[in-house]
Design a protein around this ligand. Sequence first.
Ligand SMILES: O=C(O)CCC(=O)C(=O)O
Ligand SMILES: [Fe+2]
Length: 294
Amino acid sequence: MTEFFKQPLEEKKVYSMEPGNLEGYGQHFVVSEKQKLDWADMFYLMLRPSDSRNLRLWPSNPPSFRSAWTHTCSVLCHESLLLFYIYHFILIFNHPSTVKYLNLDRESIDMYSSEAAKLVACLLRFVAMDMGVEPDSLLERFGGQPQSMRMTYYPSCKQAEKVVGLSPHTDATGLTLLLQANGVQGLQIRKDGKWIAVNALDGAFIVNVGDILEILSNGRYKSIEHRAVVHPTKERTSAAVFHQPCQDATVGPLPELVKRDGEALYSSTGYMDFIARFFAAKLDGRDHLESLKS
Ligand SMILES: O=C(O)CCC(=O)C(=O)O
Ligand SMILES: [Fe+2]
C-alpha cells in the first residue's frame, strides 16, 4: 500500500477523486482554501455492496498491503467491547486465512472485504447480546453490510509536533476495523480529555466503535474520538474498513432501548442525510455527534 502512495503524483492522479465524489485519491474533509490540511494522503474505495464498486479506481498495478489475519486480536475502545473481545479471542485468533500480505488486486480485496464483514457481523451480534436486544434488530440496520475502505499515508515530518496527521474525529460508522499497515504507531484516542497512544499489536486489527453504534445503542457504546499523529523520521500507513448502515436505514436509537430507557438520547435521521453532513464539515472531534443529541 505504501508503494502506491510513493508513486509520482502524476501516476496517483489517474485515480483522483472527482468533484462531488469521495472515492479515489485525494483529501477528505476540506471545506475551505484557508484550512490547514492534514499531513496525509488518502485513497478511498467503496467495497460493498459489490455493485457500488467503481473498478476504474481499483489500482491496476496493485501494490501489496499487510493483512491483519495473521495475528488478529483487537484493541477495543469501549469497556463492554472488551468483554466480547475476550469471548471471541480464540475464534478470531483461529481465523482460517493466514496470508500475511494481500495484493491490492480485485480478488484479494474482495476476500479481505468479505472476511472483514463476517468479523464485524459477529462483533455486532455480541454487542446486541450485551445490550439485551435481538441480534437481528441491530444487524438489519446493516443489511447488505455496506463497507468502504480508507487507506491513509502519513509522510514523516521533521517538525512532527507542528502538523496533524489526521484531525480529531469520530468515525461515522457502526464499527471500523483499523490496521496499521507498516508497523509504525500513531493512533491516539481521547479518554477523559486526555490523548492516549494506542500501541497496536503488529498485524492486529484495532476495532473502533463509531457514531452509528453510539446512536443505535442510545449511548451505551461511545463513539471513540481519535486522531493520528506524525512521526519525525518514519512514514506511516493505515487502512480503515468502515462498516456502515444500509442507505435507507434510519439512524436513531433502537426502539426497544428507548422503551427501556424511557427516552431517546439522539434524534433520528436518514443515513444519507447523516453522512452528507459528516463529509460536508471539517473534522472536529465529537461535534458532529453532539449535534444529534436531543
Ligand atoms: O491512521 C490512523 O490510525 C487513523 C485513521 C482513521 O482514523 C480513519 O481513517 O478514519
Ligand atoms: Fe477514524
